[in-house]
Unconditional design. Structure first.
Length: 227
């Protein structure tokens, strides 16, 4: 009695709720606002809106999207008391340990990296977290191109680089588009055209391509990844 009830508009626009019955362990079903209880004021109060005042400081609120990458929980004595996990305090008395836990979501971490590093063509992996450092692509491979690409792949591994070698029998367009989609930091292309001049094509994922001598490819990749 004499209590002002303020409800979100979703309450007055819906029906058949389950509500507390004002008694211990008692609930009432099929509750309808206006019939079973009176609402004095309604408004859009369930969710905060951009620009509304902060209840703590009064400043306008700004809403941004985020991803929960990690979390911590204080577990208190709930589990230590059950397990008998104790420590001795400074007076020598045995007391239960106050426990906590934490976690990091690796899948969410990767999701956040991709969300912050991409363009219309695909992912742009930062070198520090890329699954591979180099995308090695052979285009229109004849025996000579295949042999050169295979050797370069092995040389990259020996130099300590992780490379993803695309030797599929696909068109140049498909392979280059897939390389951009996967988004490894550096792409190396070996083709009959480049090999004819003793060169390979190198392209940072978010930069312009250029050509270097085949023998200088690893040195060039090393410089790009350091920068």
């Amino acid at each position: 009695k004499n209590i002002t009830i303020i409800a979100d508009t979703s309450v007055t626009e819906s029906f058949n709720f389950v509500a507390g019955g004002n008694k211990v362990d008692t609930h009432i079903k099929n509750v309808v606002a206006g019939r079973d209880f009176r609402v004095h004021h309604t408004g859009d109060i369930a969710e905060v809106a951009e620009g509304q005042s902060c209840a703590a400081c009064g400043q306008p609120l700004r809403i941004d999207c985020g991803i929960e990458l990690g979390h911590t929980f204080k577990l208190g004595l709930k589990y230590s008391s059950t397990m008998g996990a104790t420590f001795q305090d400074k007076d020598g008395a045995s007391r239960p340990i106050v426990m906590g836990c934490y976690g990091i979501g690796l899948d969410r971490l990767l999701q956040s990296v991709v969300d912050g590093n991409h363009d219309a063509s695909g992912i742009i992996w930062p070198a520090e977290v890329a699954p591979y450092q180099v995308a090695l692509v052979s285009l229109n491979p004849d025996d000579q191109v295949s042999a050169a690409a295979e050797k370069l792949y092995n040389d990259l591994k020996e130099a300590g680089f992780d490379a993803l070698y695309d030797d599929r029998a696909e068109s140049a367009g498909v392979k280059l588009k897939d390389a951009d989609l996967i988004g490894l930091p550096v792409r190396i292309v070996v083709s009959p055209k480049t090999l004819k001049e003793g060169q390979v094509e190198i392209k940072p994922r978010n930069g312009e391509f250029y050509r270097v001598a085949l023998a200088e490819a690893i040195q060039s990749v090393s410089g790009l990844l350091k920068n």
